[in-house]
Design a protein around this ligand. Structure first.
Ligand SMILES: Cc1cc2nc3c(=O)[nH]c(=O)nc-3n(C[C@H](O)[C@H](O)[C@H](O)COP(=O)(O)OP(=O)(O)OC[C@H]3O[C@@H](n4cnc5c(N)ncnc54)[C@H](O)[C@@H]3O)c2cc1C
Length: 307
């Protein structure tokens, strides 16, 4: 099996290390500054190939198919189920003429397990031949690979031939994502709100403070159940699995269904009136205070107006 890792400006997506692990350390990195991302993840793999290219889905499918045939590889392909991975996988599957398994939790040549019905059931498949799969983030986990990693560049078939993939579509560049709408799974900074924030408008303010800090807003299930935020903002086992560098929580107790979807943030700051709750226990900085007051103070200092 071989992993395909989409790269934007040298940054691999969340879940890249897990997809590489599932492919036993072999991966094709494709995108802008793919070599930088490959070097970054060198201690998770053993054999990497890099293709410098635009992340145009049709072009990527052509380049991946070409790379696999150049490398004489006819094995299955696994991508992280990140936004780019989910976008590209159907194009690659179509180009290779293979079955696509979307949102798998484990992948091997003999068996692919896909979580269905919102995580309530698992469907097992026995593939008849090589396939393409996307691997859900945060389920498998990753480990370091002690073997030496060899990184080889492969020219992009599409860019080097100057061939245009589609005459109807022209890419003029890639804009950075909007933190208020970007997929939480990709967000490097998250401000999370829980039941300690007292009402719906507090989440409007939390979203605007997050934006001022170039962060995205996440919430607990209690908040989505109350209808104060939409489900794609929910962090946890029945929400989105995230892996930010910084997580700042306001009035979140830290129930296991929430924290198991948190990944491994490098820094955690929490505001809670209960100094002993699990969220405070796992924080680098635990502020014992009213989360509503701290949020309003933060908003004032950042010049964010309450609506
Ligand atoms: C099958 C199942 C799946 C679930 N999936 C998820 C999931 O995906 N994601 C998820 O988040 N939850 C999930 N849950 C729910 C989870 O068990 C918790 O109930 C939920 O995470 C708690 O949310 P909370 O921290 O906002 O609320 P609470 O647990 O009620 O905690 C509120 C916190 O706010 C603090 N607080 C209160 N007032 C203030 C104040 N004025 N200032 C500061 N702090 C204050 C309290 O001390 C407390 O720590 C799931 C539950 C089940 C059974």
């Amino acid at each position: 099996m071989i992993a395909v890792i989409p790269v934007r400006d040298g940054v691999p997506p969340a879940g890249a290390d897990e997809a590489i692990g599932e492919a036993d350390g072999e991966a094709v990195f494709i995108g802008s500054r793919a070599d930088v991302a490959a070097k970054d993840l060198a201690d998770h793999g053993v054999r990497f190939w890099t293709i410098e290219a635009d992340l145009d889905p049709n072009a990527v499918a052509i380049d991946v198919a070409h790379a696999l045939s150049t490398l004489d590889r006819s094995d299955s392909v696994v991508l992280p189920a990140s936004p780019d991975g989910r976008d590209l996988a159907p194009h690659i599957a179509h180009r290779l003429g293979r079955t696509l398994y979307a949102g798998a939790i484990t992948v091997s040549d003999e068996r692919v397990s896909v979580s269905v019905r919102g995580g309530l059931a698992i469907a097992d498949h026995q593939p008849a031949g090589p396939f393409v799969a996307t691997l859900q983030l945060g389920v498998r986990g990753s480990e370091r690979d002690e073997r030496e990693t060899i990184i080889t560049a492969i020219p992009s078939l599409v860019s080097s031939s100057g061939a245009s993939v589609s005459s109807a579509v022209r890419s003029d560049g890639v804009l950075p994502p909007d933190v208020s709408t970007m997929d939480l799974a990709e967000a490097p900074r998250i401000l999370g709100g829980g039941a300690g924030l007292s009402d719906g408008p507090a989440f409007d303010l939390l979203g605007r403070v997050a934006m001022a800090l170039q962060a995205s807003m996440g919430v607990t299930r209690v908040i989505t159940d109350r209808g104060w935020a939409s489900h794609e903002r929910q962090i946890g086992t029945t929400g989105v699995v995230v892996d930010p560098d910084l997580y700042v929580s306001f009035g979140v107790s830290g129930a296991v269904q929430h924290t198991s979807g948190l990944g491994q943030p490098e820094h955690i700051i929490s505001v809670n009136t209960d100094a002993h709750c699990p969220m405070m226990q796992m924080s680098d900085l635990a502020i014992v205070s009213d989360a509503n007051a701290v949020l309003h103070e933060l908003a004032t200092r950042l010049g964010v107006e309450a609506s």
